[in-house]
Design a protein around this ligand. Structure first.
Ligand code: ADP
Ligand code: MG
Length: 322
C-alpha cells in the first residue's frame, strides 16, 4: 500500500514548467508564486464532494478534469490567466487504479492551460476533491460581478442546458436515447472552461460570471452586486444541440436554470459590440447577445414577440434542497 508521501511523489509531484509563475512547487511547507509586476492574484476554491457533486463510482479521469475545470472557469469569469493550483484530497484509500487516471485527467487539463500543481494536502476520508486556483490579471482589469451598467448588453458564450439534460437522464427524470445521452454527457462530465474568452474580454466587458448554477440565478448575482436589473429574450438563449430537440418549455427551463454549463455570462456597452465579437472570434468561442441591463432592479423574461414569460426557476442552492 502506498504511503501518503509515496502517493504525493508518484502522482502529484512534477517539475515546474519552464517559465512557470511558481518559484517553488510541491515539497516544502509552502509553494512560492511570483505574479507578473502590476498584476493582481485572482484566487478561487471549489470543492467536489462524492454523492453531492458527482455520483459514487464516477470515472476518475473525468473527475480529475472536472475538478480543475470548474476552478479554471472561475478564473475565466474574472479575465484571469491561470498560473497554478493546489489540490486538497480526501481519499478512502490509496487506490492506484483510481489515482492514476485521476491524476492523468487532472494534469492533462492543467498542462493545456499552462497551470502548475504547486501543493496541496492529502488525507484519508470520504472522497472529496478541493482545488484552489491562482491566476493573474493586470491591475484594475478583473471582470467583476459588480461592474454591469444600465444600457449594457448581456451576452452568453457557447450553449446552455445540455449538461442539465444529461443529468436529468442519468437521474431518471426523463429518458434520452443512447446517442443523445452520449452527445450531452461530455457537457456534464468534462466541461471546457472559457479561459481564452475571459482573457479576450479584458477591457471589453464590464461584468462577468461563469454559469455553474444556472443563467437566471448567476446573472442575478451580477444584477444584485451591480444594483441593476435586466431584460432577457428567452428565445435568444442558445440551447445546446441535444436540448434543442426537446420541447420548448424544457429548453427554456434548462437554459435558464439548468446548472453545470460553465459558460460565461457577461455585460458590455453597446459600443463594444464589435469588440465582443472580435474577442469571441479570437478565442474561438461563440457568443450570443441575449438581453440588456436596465436601471430598474429585477430580472424580466420576455419572448421574441415581447410577451412576458412566466417560467418557474429554481437555481441550484445546496442548502435549499435536502
Ligand atoms: P505539511 O505537513 O506541511 O502540511 P504535507 O506533508 O501535507 O505538508 O505535504 C508535503 C508536501 O506535499 C507539501 O508541499 C504539500 O503542498 C504537498 N502536497 C500534499 N498533498 C498534495 C496533493 N494532493 N497534491 C499536490 N501536492 C500535495
Ligand atoms: Mg499537509
Amino acid at each position: 500500500m502506498l504511503s501518503e508521501f509515496d502517493l504525493i511523489a508518484r502522482y502529484f509531484t512534477r517539475p515546474l514548467r519552464p517559465g512557470s509563475a511558481a518559484a517553488l512547487g510541491v515539497g516544502d511547507d509552502c509553494a512560492l508564486l511570483s505574479p507578473a509586476p502590476g498584476h493582481q492574484l485572482a484566487i478561487s476554491t471549489d470543492m467536489l464532494v462524492e454523492g453531492r457533486h458527482f455520483f459514487a463510482g464516477a470515472d476518475p479521469a473525468l473527475l480529475g478534469h472536472k475538478s480543475l475545470a470548474v476552478n479554471l472557469s472561475d478564473l475565466a469569469a474574472m479575465g484571469a490567466r491561470p498560473l497554478a493550483f493546489n489540490l486538497a484530497l480526501a481519499l478512502p484509500s490509496a487506490d492506484e487504479a483510481w489515482l492514476e487516471p485521476f491524476a492523468q485527467g487532472l494534469l492533462a487539463l492543467a498542462d493545456s492551460h499552462g497551470c502548475d500543481l504547486i501543493g496541496g494536502d492529502t488525507t484519508k476520508g470520504p472522497l472529496n476533491i478541493c482545488i484552489t486556483v491562482f491566476g493573474e490579471v493586470p491591475g484594475e482589469q478583473a471582470l467583476r460581478r459588480s461592474a454591469a451598467k444600465p444600457g449594457d448588453e448581456v451576452w452568453v458564450s457557447g450553449t446552455l442546458g445540455d449538461a442539465r439534460l444529461a443529468l436529468a437522464a442519468l437521474l431518471g427524470e426523463l429518458t434520452l436515447d443512447d446517442a443523445s445521452l452520449a452527445a450531452a454527457a461530455p457537457r456534464l462530465h468534462a466541461p471546457a472552461p472559457r479561459v481564452a474568452l475571459g482573457l479576450a474580454l479584458r477591457s471589453v466587458a464590464h461584468a462577468a460570471i461563469d454559469l455553474s448554477d444556472g443563467l437566471a440565478g448567476d446573472l442575478g448575482h451580477i444584477l444584485e452586486q451591480s444594483g441593476v436589473g435586466a431584460t432577457i429574450d428567452v428565445d435568444a438563449l442558445p440551447a445546446g444541440p441535444v436540448l434543442s430537440c426537446q420541447r420548448p418549455e424544457l429548453q427554456r427551463a434548462y437554459c435558464l436554470a439548468g446548472g453545470d454549463d460553465y459558460e460565461l455570462c457577461f455585460t458590455a456597452a453597446p459600443a463594444m459590440r464589435d469588440a465582443v465579437l472580435a474577442a469571441a472570434q479570437a478565442s474561438g468561442t461563440p457568443v450570443r447577445r441575449i438581453g440588456a441591463i436596465e436601471a430598474r432592479p429585477g430580472l424580466r423574461l420576455l419572448d421574441s414577440a415581447g410577451r412576458p414569460c412566466d417560467i418557474p426557476l429554481n437555481s441550484f442552492d445546496h442548502f435549499a434542497t435536502p
